[in-house]
Design a protein. Structure first.
Length: 174
C-alpha cells in the first residue's frame, strides 16, 4: 500500500512539473502535505475599535498572521509589502491579520500613517502568549504565520518576511 502511494505521489509531481520550474513544483508539493500541518489555535483579541475578533471570523481564507510592534524596525519595514499583498490577493482569498504587541495609540497612529486596511488586533501580553502558541518560542519580532483555508498552520517565519517570499508561500494555498 505504501509503495502505491509513493508511486502515485511521484506521478503527480512529474505531471505537475515543467522543465524550467522543477524547484517551485517541489516546494509547492512540500507545502501542501497535510501530515506536516499543525491544527490552528483559535483566540479572541480586540481590534482598534475595541471589537473582539476571533480567527474563526476568517474561516475559509488563507491567513497571513503577522505579530509585530511599532518600535520594531524590521516590522516597520515589512508592513508596506503586507499592505500590497492585501491589495493584490484579498480577492483571491488572502486575509492579512496584524497582531500588535504594542500600545493602542501608537498602533493607531502607525496604521493611519501606513494606510493599512486589513484588521489589526492589539494584544499586549496575550499576543505574546498567542505568538508562542503559534511557534514563536524565542519571542522574535516580527513573526508571521501562514494558515491554509482548512485552518492548518503551513509556515512559521521568524524575522522580516520579504514580499516575494510571502507570495511564494501564499500562492499555492489560494
Amino acid at each position: 500500500m505504501r509503495i502505491i502511494f509513493v508511486i502515485l505521489f511521484c506521478l503527480v509531481l512529474l505531471a505537475c512539473s515543467s522543465p524550467e520550474d522543477e524547484n517551485k513544483t517541489a516546494l509547492k508539493a512540500a507545502t501542501l502535505k497535510k501530515e506536516k500541518a499543525v491544527a490552528l489555535y483559535d483566540f479572541n483579541l480586540n481590534d482598534l475599535d475595541n471589537k473582539s475578533k476571533a480567527l474563526k471570523d476568517w474561516d475559509g481564507k488563507v491567513l497571513l498572521i503577522n505579530f509585530w510592534a511599532t518600535w520594531c524596525p524590521p516590522c516597520r519595514r515589512e508592513m508596506p509589502a503586507f499592505v500590497e499583498l492585501d491589495e493584490e490577493y484579498s480577492k483571491q482569498g488572502l486575509q492579512m491579520v496584524g497582531i500588535a504587541i504594542d500600545e493602542k495609540t501608537a498602533v493607531m497612529d502607525f496604521v493611519d500613517s501606513m494606510g493599512i486596511e486589513f484588521p489589526i488586533l492589539v494584544g499586549g501580553n496575550d499576543a505574546i502568549r498567542i505568538a508562542n502558541m503559534y511557534g514563536n518560542r524565542h519571542g522574535a519580532l516580527p513573526f508571521s504565520v501562514i494558515v491554509d483555508r482548512e485552518g492548518y498552520i503551513r509556515h512559521q517565519i521568524a524575522g522580516e518576511l520579504q514580499k516575494d517570499e510571502a507570495i511564494n508561500l501564499i500562492k499555492p494555498l489560494l
